[in-house]
Write a protein that binds this ligand. Structure first.
Ligand code: AHR
Length: 514
C-alpha cells in the first residue's frame, strides 16, 4: 500500500476513528532485552475448584484422564505453552506440610483449608501429583515453600526430597514413593505474602527469616535454586526497599510483587461484578489495571538503587482481576466469570510486563482454572476457554523474543472528567527474524489509527489476529463457548518501511511481520 499522509489515513479509516493518529517507530536495531517466557506463567493453588475438580477430578468422571489429572485441561494449556506453574499457594502454601501429601493416598492425613472455605483437604494431590502434572504440561514447576507455619528443616528436607540424587532418608522415601530420579525443581518461593496470610511479619523480620530458610534450601547437582523472596503488597515500597537492602544479591534470584485489579478498588464490601457493569465501572477497572505500570516502575526504581546490574528479578507472581464470586457459589472458592474486559486487562498487563522485561522476568496470573481470572473454566465434564486464555494465545510470539522498544503518545479514553491512555502495546523480534506486535485499545467507543515506521529489518508480509466483541461484558458460557474468540485481523497494511493499523475499539490485536 502507498504511504499515506496522516490526514488522508484518518479520512480513509472513516468515522468512529479517534482523530488522533498514533505515530511511532519500531527499530529492530534496538532489540536487546529478552522478554522471558516466564512472564507468561500461571498459578494453581489449593483453593476452591482449581486443583480439586479443576486439574484433579473424581476417578469416576468420564473425561480423558491420566490417573486423576484431566487431560482436556492439560491439552488446552499445552497449546499456549505455559512456561511455569506456581503451586501449592498462595496463602495455602504457608499452611501446607508437604509430608502430608506423599505416600499412599489412603494414608495421607486430612487437614482443614482454613484460608479457603474451611473445607477438608485430603492431600490426594501432593508433590508427586503436581510434578506429574508439570511433566504432562511440559512446564517448569515453581514451588512455594512454607515459612509462615513451617520450619527451616521442613523446607530443607522438601528440597532434598525433590532434588538430591544422593542416598539419604529423604531420597529413599522418594524412591519408595515411586520416583527414582530427582525432579530438579529450580524455581523456589520462600514463603508467600509474609506481610499478611504468610505470617503478618515486618519486612525486617522476614528478611532475616528469609536468609535462614534460603541458607538451608540447598543447591543439588543440576538443580541450582532460583530463590524468590516474598515481596510487596501493591504499593508497599518500603517492603521492597528493606528486602533489597538486607538480603544479599547472591541469596535471592527474585523478589515478588502482588497486585490485583479490583473493579471498585475496595477489599471490603463489594469488589464489583464479573459480568454486570456499566461503562463507568469498566473505566474505573481499567484505570485500576493500568496502576500496574506505576507499581512496576516504582518497585524497579528501588531495586535499581541496590542492584544496578538487574540481577534480581521482579516476579509478579500474583496478578489479575478479582471480582465478587458468581452468585450462588461458595464465597471462599473465588469462582468468577471472565469477560472481554478481563481479556483487555490481561493484554494491557502483559504489555506492561513486556515493556519492563529488563526487570520483570517472571509473572503468574491468578489462577489457572476456576479461580479468579481463570483461563479455563470447568463444569462437570464440560470445559471452556475464557477470553483471557485467548490473550495468552495471541501473545505467544513474545516468549523469549527480544523487546523492540515502542514509544508513542496515546489518545485519551475519557469518561466524565477522567482520562486514561486508550492504547497500549509492545513489540518483539524473535529468533527467526519475525516481528510480533501486540496492541490493546481499551476505548469503549473509538477505533484508533496507528502509523508505525519500521527501521532496521524490512518486512513484506503482515498477519494479524484480533480478540474483540460487541460489549466489554461479553463472556464465554457453557452454552456458548465461542462468543469471544480470536479471528483473523485485516486492519493492518504494510508498505515500504511502514505499517498502518486500524485498531478497533475494545480489542486485543496481535500482528506478526515476516
Ligand atoms: O490468589 C488468591 C490469594 O490472593 C492468594 O492465596 C494470596 O497469596 C493472595 O492474597
Amino acid at each position: 500500500m502507498k504511504k499515506m499522509t496522516l490526514a488522508l489515513l484518518t479520512a480513509v479509516l472513516g468515522a468512529g476513528v479517534n482523530a488522533q493518529v498514533v505515530t511511532t517507530t519500531l527499530n529492530t536495531y534496538e532489540a536487546k532485552t529478552t522478554i522471558s517466557k516466564h512472564i507468561y506463567g500461571h498459578f494453581a493453588e489449593h483453593l476452591g475448584r482449581c486443583i480439586y475438580d479443576g486439574f484433579w477430578v473424581d476417578e469416576k468422571m468420564d473425561v480423558k484422564k491420566q490417573g486423576r489429572i484431566r487431560l482436556d485441561v492439560v491439552e488446552a494449556l499445552k497449546k499456549i505453552k505455559i512456561p511455569n506453574l506456581r503451586w501449592p499457594g498462595g496463602c495455602f502454601a504457608d499452611e501446607y506440610h508437604w509430608r502430608d501429601g506423599i505416600g499412599k493416598p489412603a494414608d495421607r492425613p486430612k487437614m482443614v483449608n482454613t484460608n479457603w472455605g474451611g473445607v477438608s483437604e485430603d492431600n490426594s494431590f501432593g508433590t508427586h501429583e503436581f510434578l506429574e502434572l508439570c511433566g504432562l504440561l511440559n512446564t517448569e514447576p515453581y514451588v512455594a515453600g512454607n515459612v509462615g507455619s513451617g520450619t527451616v528443616e521442613e523446607m530443607a528436607k522438601w528440597v532434598e526430597y525433590l532434588n538430591s540424587p544422593a542416598q539419604s532418608t529423604m531420597t529413599e522415601l522418594r524412591r519408595q514413593n515411586g520416583r527414582q530420579q530427582p525432579w530438579k525443581v529450580t524455581y523456589w518461593g520462600v514463603g508467600n505474602e509474609s506481610w499478611g496470610c504468610g505470617g503478618n511479619m515486618t519486612p525486617e523480620y522476614y528478611a532475616d527469616l528469609y536468609k535462614r530458610y534460603a541458607t538451608y534450601a540447598r543447591n543439588y547437582p543440576g538443580a541450582p535454586l532460583k530463590k524468590i523472596a516474598s515481596g510487596a503488597n501493591s504499593d508497599d515500597y518500603r517492603w521492597t526497599e528493606v528486602l533489597m537492602k538486607n538480603i544479599p544479591r547472591n541469596q535471592m534470584w527474585g523478589v515478588t510483587l502482588h497486585y490485583y485489579t479490583l473493579p471498585t478498588g475496595n477489599w471490603s464490601g463489594s469488589k464489583g461484578s464479573a459480568t454486570a457493569f456499566n461503562e463507568q465501572e469498566y473505566f474505573k477497572t481499567m484505570k485500576n489495571c493500568l496502576h500496574m505500570e506505576e507499581l512496576v516502575q516504582k518497585h524497579s526504581a528501588i531495586m535499581d538503587k541496590y542492584d544496578k546490574e538487574k540481577r534480581v528479578a521482579l516476579v509478579v507472581d500474583e496478578w489479575g482481576i478479582w471480582t465478587d464470586v458468581e452468585p450462588g457459589t461458595n464465597p471462599g472458592f473465588l469462582y468468577q466469570q471472565n469477560s472481554l474486559r478481563d481479556a483487555l486487562i490481561a493484554g494491557t498487563t502483559l504489555n506492561i510486563f513486556n515493556n519492563h522485561a529488563d526487570r520483570v522476568k517472571m509473572a503468574n496470573l491468578a489462577q489457572t482454572v476456576n479461580v479468579l481470572q481463570s483461563i479455563v473454566l470447568t463444569k462437570g465434564k464440560e470445559m471452556l476457554l475464557t477470553p483471557t486464555y485467548h490473550v495468552f494465545d495471541l501473545f505467544m510470539g513474545h516468549m523469549d523474543a527480544k523487546l523492540v522498544p515502542m514509544n508513542f503518545t496515546t489518545p485519551d479514553y475519557t469518561n466524565g472528567n477522567e482520562k486514561i491512555p486508550a492504547v497500549n502495546a509492545s513489540a518483539s523480534l524473535d529468533s527467526n527474524g519475525k516481528m510480533h506486535i501486540t496492541l490493546v485499545n481499551i476505548d469503549a467507543g473509538k477505533d484508533i489509527a496507528l502509523n508505525i515506521s519500521l527501521k532496521g529489518k524490512s518486512y513484506k508480509k503482515v498477519n494479524g489476529r484480533i480478540l474483540t466483541s460487541r460489549s466489554f461484558t461479553d463472556i464465554n458460557t457453557f452454552d456458548n463457548k465461542n462468543k469471544v474468540i480470536p479471528a483473523a485481523f485485516n486492519g493492518a497494511t504494510i508498505g515500504k518501511g511502514s505499517l498502518n493499523i486500524k485498531l478497533p475499539r475494545l480489542s486485543v490485536v496481535s500482528i506478526e511481520l515476516e
